[in-house]
Design a protein. Structure first.
Length: 312
C-alpha cells in the first residue's frame, strides 16, 4: 500500500493511540485511515494492535476497505495476532472478513484457532487446524515456561527436526567427542572455543548449541538432508539473526525470530512466530517441532564435540 506519507498523520507515534479525540480531529480534517504510517503500517492497522476499541471503530468506519492489506495482512489479522480480541470483534462487526486468505494460509480466523481466542469466530468447514498445527500452537507456552530463565544473549542454536543426536553427529565433521562433567558451560575449560558445540537429543529432534558464540547456526544447513531446521544467533550487537534450512540447503536468512512475521514468511514460520509470543528461542524450537523439557540442551548438552574445521 503506497499512500502519500503524512496524509494527515504527521507526528503520530507509538503510545498516541489512546487519544480518541485527537484522532477524531484528524479524521474530520480529511485524514485517511488507510494512509501510510511510519513507512510500514496504516493508522487502522496500528490501532488494531495498540488502540482502544473506540478508536478502531472510528477508523474502520471511515476506511474505504476494512479488509485492506498492509504488509500482507489486514487490520483484523493484526488484532488477532496481538491478542486484541476486543478490537477483532469491532472489526468483524464492521464487516472485516475473518476467513480472507492471507499470510500463507493464516487468515485472521485460522490464526485465532491457534491462540487463546479459538471461539472468536464461527468456523466454516475446511478451516480447522490440522493436528500438527494444533501441536505446534500448543507447544509455545510450555516452551516459554521451560526457557523463562534464559535472559542472556551471545549464544547460537540449530534446531533440527526429526533427527536423533547420533544421526546429527554422523552428519557433522567431528574430530573429538569431549568428556566433561555436568558443570554449566561457563565453568568449562572449552568455554569460548569456537570449534566446540553441544549436541542434545530432545523430543521431536535435536538441538545443536554454542552458548558463547555463533557457530551452531552455521551447522543447520549441513545436517538437514531429508529434513529441516531453524538456526539462530542471539547477536549481542545487532539482535537475533535467524535462518531456515531444508534438505541440506539454506532457504531463508536474515530472519528475525521473536518479531512479527514478514509478508513472505512461510505458513510454518507464521505459526511459529504467533505461538512463540515474542520469544526468539521458542520461535526456533516451535518451528522445528522440538519439545525439550529443560534448559539442559542449551546449558548442559548430552555431548560436547570439537568440529574438524579442516574437513568443513
Amino acid at each position: 500500500m503506497t499512500v502519500d506519507q503524512g496524509a494527515g498523520w504527521a507526528g503520530i507515534g507509538h503510545g498516541d493511540f489512546a487519544d480518541l479525540a485527537a484522532f477524531r480531529r484528524r479524521l474530520e480534517g480529511g485524514a485517511d485511515p488507510l494512509a501510510e504510517l511510519w513507512g510500514y503500517s496504516t493508522p487502522l492497522h496500528a490501532a488494531a494492535q495498540e488502540g482502544s476499541p473506540g478508536l478502531v471503530r472510528e477508523l474502520a468506519a471511515r476506511a474505504g476497505d476494512v479488509d485492506a492489506l498492509c504488509q500482507g495482512r489486514s487490520a483484523l489479522w493484526n488484532a488477532v495476532y496481538h491478542h486484541r480480541d476486543d478490537n477483532a470483534l469491532v472489526l468483524a462487526e464492521l464487516g472485516a472478513d475473518p476467513w480472507r486468505s492471507m499470510m500463507n494460509g493464516w487468515s485472521p480466523g485460522r490464526l485465532s484457532l491457534a491462540g487463546p481466542f479459538e471461539e472468536l469466530f464461527e468456523v466454516p468447514d475446511g478451516q480447522k487446524l490440522t493436528e500438527e498445527e494444533e501441536a505446534l500452537a500448543d507447544s509455545g507456552a510450555d516452551l516459554a515456561e521451560v526457557f523463562s530463565e534464559i535472559v542472556y544473549d551471545g549464544f547460537s542454536v540449530a534446531c533440527v527436526a526429526g533427527l536423533t543426536a547420533v544421526e546429527v553427529l554422523q552428519r557433522l565433521s567431528v574430530s573429538e567427542v569431549l568428556v566433561e562433567d555436568d558443570a554449566p558451560w561457563h565453568d568449562l575449560d572449552i568455554c569460548d572455543d569456537l570449534d566446540v558445540v553441544g549436541v542434545t537429543g530432545v523430543p521431536g529432534g535435536c538441538v545443536i548449541t554454542q552458548p558463547w558464540g555463533y557457530r551452531a547456526t552455521r551447522l543447520v544447513a549441513p545436517v538437514t538432508a531429508g529434513t529441516f531446521g531453524y538456526g539462530m544467533y542471539a547477536n549481542p550487537k545487532s539482535g537475533n539473526q535467524g535462518c531456515i534450512a531444508e534438505d541440506g540447503h539454506e532457504v531463508a536468512r536474515d530472519l528475525h525470530p521473536g518479531f512479527d512475521p514478514d509478508s513472505d514468511s512461510s505458513g510454518r514460520d507464521v505459526l511459529a512466530a504467533f505461538a512463540s509470543d515474542g520469544n526468539a528461542l521458542v520461535h526456533c524450537l516451535v518451528y522445528a517441532g522440538l519439545h525439550p523439557e529443560s534448559v539442559d540442551c542449551l546449558e548442559r548438552p548430552d555431548a560436547w564435540v570439537r568440529l574438524d574445521t579442516a574437513r568443513e
